[in-house]
Design a protein around this ligand. Sequence first.
Ligand code: NAI
Length: 479
Amino acid sequence: MVIEKICCLGAGYVGGPTCSVIALKCPNIKVTVCDKSLERINQWNSDKLPIYEPGLDEVVKQCRGRNLFFSTDIEASILEADLIFISVNTPTKTIGNGKGRAADLKYIEGAARMIADIATSNKIVVEKSTVPVKAAEIIMKILRANTKPGVEYQILSNPEFLAEGTAIVDLVEAERVLIGGEDTPEGQKAVQELCWVYEHWIPAKNILTTNTWSSELSKLAANAFLAQRISSINSLSAVCEATGADVSEVARAVGRDSRIGPKFLEASIGFGGSCFQKDILNLIYLSECLNLPEVAAYWQQVVSLNDYQKTRFTRKVIESLFNTVADKKIAILGFSFKKNTGDTRESPAIYVCKTLLDEGAKLHIYDPKVEHEQIFYELSHPLVTNEPENVRKNIQIHETAYSAVAGAHALVLCTEWDEFKTLDYKKIYEVMMKPAYVFDGRKILDHEALLNMGFHVQTIGKRLSRTSSIRAQGSQTMP
Ligand code: NAI
């Protein structure tokens, strides 16, 4: 079979960009991205896409209406497709068995049942969502138990490794594409057919093929390793603060070892995003179910350390402000979980804001890309507050960083947006309450310069004081 038509179930952060790039690189394949949400599909068909991702607008503009379509007509799209990506959400379960750890596979199951109900011809069904090992078996069981006469399914695992904020580059120049399939002639034929799609732009040497379970586990493993590096450097940031070492210098020295490498060694207030925590919890749950408690405990520590880091940073803010933030105006710069995305899922800023609100602070929040209603949504969530009606009273959202900081006791930087590096901090100092505090949760500001302007500055993994600033200044001017 030559793949002529692709359907993708789920028009989210993964389905949208991934299929847009497939449409761009495979002009002869018709790609239809479907979602149950009419609102989301309308946004994909409008000038303002539902997600912010550098380079995405251009790709969508080039392909939409040519060989890229966004639709709620799931039935028509499944019927005509040769290959169907399942790219639906797989959040952590919030109720029942495995609550708080296991992946909730209800959307995967729903998608599989839709395909089984609708399909009248052979399909290759590709699991793109991140799932626990053996999830393909669930899809397989549902499809094969409901197969219509003459219809055959092949199920592949093809996890997505893109990172939000760099999704288009990650997709266009993928370091690797991973495809897992059944070790049968039909399974291997389906693997080759999906390889053919990617080979339109990915060198064959970057396309790895494995068995289905290795492919599923590799995605969980990759995210666990990445998060583990962040927790490792964050654990050392606490040691640095206690000893006078500088975590950036330690990271530079350690990362120079080619066995370790320099990436993902930046200390911060902690990792966020929809994937790292969810996928590690998923791995922990899987390990427990497999009766591997030592393995589960090992990975649990990566999540616990991340919680510790968020708490440590927020505690530092409160303690520095004379142990009370009640009724104090605090400016929060950045709300997304990292720069170049409007995604707020599991953003460390949520924890920081929640704790400050619990302590009675008035928050003035600015983020260049997050929609205002999204901030209210996150901070009114039942897991964040029992009093959602108070949230709007105690939060003001701003259009600029300058208006957010006016009259504030402290500026708390939660996301590493580039524009925060080049703000006019002299102007900011003038409009803030004194003493004026800056808490740089991402280590992106020029701390010496801020100290010299008169700010009290705290960051992660490095002790800062006015005296060190004066010393540094003195040594620069000495002959
Ligand atoms: P998302 O929540 O942005 O999008 C999922 C979409 O699927 C939603 O719009 C939802 O309405 C839709 N949906 C659910 N059931 C459906 C059905 N039966 N038919 C049609 N549409 C349906 O989720 P996101 O971020 O795109 O993640 C999807 C999967 O990809 C998850 O498993 C995630 O772990 C994984 N992943 C996410 C990455 C990321 O950076 N966001 C990166 C790599 C993998």
